[in-house]
Design a protein around this ligand. Structure first.
Ligand SMILES: Nc1ncnc2c1ncn2[C@@H]1O[C@H](COP(=O)(O)OP(=O)(O)OP(=O)(O)O)[C@@H](O)[C@H]1O
Ligand SMILES: [Mg+2]
Length: 273
């Protein structure tokens, strides 16, 4: 479903993605973990064409994402058509929700389908209502984002991405901006999506999600994929870099991963085990 080969991204002289290759199968859930500055967001942004890679290849469903080498050998955007195609194929959810503040929940959700997919308003509203039901916010349809909690805003952001009927969902630390008590309501929806077979790449600091929901975990460091494997393989005997990374996270999270009883309990997503 997603085929990334030898992807490089430079910002000025800095190599931010260093020869990254990653294949994600249909219905697979891949979590990306790693320290700040590792290039996790940049990787997602390249997949979704919010950033143009310096070199390499990205294919979605066997179709090259809109890059082509120019005469200098650098990659550039291809046609607007490809961008439109990509926007319908791949949904993205950001840490900071990025809802339009002057639009209602419903308007936020139907904007993409109506404008990018040229869907009739009637059909878009129908889809929006189904999605709002799914994320438990049907009654908030006419509210503005500022009237909602962070968790509710993020659930709207997920519904908005799903309204494009994407085959792939990218999540960039979707719960990092939320108060702890609101994290689970967002994780629960992500777990639901995973169970429904959505192909997902999730950058997360929620180790319980990485461990219990993902099929594979990628550990990124300094622009490279430093380790990749099943959650069992990665967390059962983490190498020294991962151990160090985990030890810098919330104490509660990393001790539980090391097989030690956490010394205070933070609620975990039940459906995530
Ligand atoms: N537009 C940009 N211009 C210049 N440098 C950038 C740009 N975007 C990101 N970088 C740099 O690229 C590196 C990787 O950034 P990125 O946001 O991908 O890291 P990350 O792994 O997502 O980190 P975090 O966990 O803090 O979100 C950082 O050193 C960052 O400063
Ligand atoms: Mg990031």
């Amino acid at each position: 479903m997603i085929d990334i080969r030898e992807l490089n991204k430079q910002f000025g002289k800095h190599l931010i993605l260093d020869n990254v290759s990653l294949q994600v199968g249909e219905g697979e859930v891949v979590s990306i973990i790693g320290p700040s500055g590792a290039g996790k967001s940049t990787l997602l942004r390249c997949i979704n064409m919010l950033e143009v890679p310096t070199s390499g290849l990205i294919e979605i469903g066997g179709r090259p994402v809109a890059y082509k080498a120019n005469r200098q050998g650098r990659l550039t955007y291809r046609s607007q058509f490809n961008l439109t195609w990509l926007r319908t194929e791949v949904g993205m959810v950001f840490q900071q929700f990025h809802l339009w503040p002057s639009k209602t929940v419903l308007q936020n959700i139907i904007e993409g389908p109506c404008i990018v997919k040229k869907m009739s308003r009637e059909k878009a509203v129908k889809i929006a209502e189904q999605l709002l039901e799914k994320v438990g916010l049907l009654d908030k349809m006419n509210d503005y984002p500022a009237q909602l909690s962070g968790g509710q805003q993020q659930r709207v952001a997920i519904a908005r991405a799903l309204a494009m009927e994407p085959k792939i969902m990218l999540f960039d630390e979707p719960t990092s901006a939320l108060d702890p008590e609101l994290i689970n309501e967002v994780l629960d929806i992500m777990v639901k999506l995973a169970k429904e077979g959505m192909t997902m790449i999730v950058v997360t600091h929620e180790m319980s999600f990485a461990r219990h929901v993902s099929d594979r975990v990628v550990f990124m460091e300094k622009g490279k994929i430093a380790q990749i494997g099943s959650p069992e393989a990665l967390f059962r005997s983490p190498d020294s870099r991962i151990t160090q990374f985990l030890s810098q996270l919330d104490h509660d999270i990393d001790t539980s991963l090391m097989g030690v009883e956490p010394n205070h309990s933070r609620q975990r997503p039940e459906s995530a085990g």
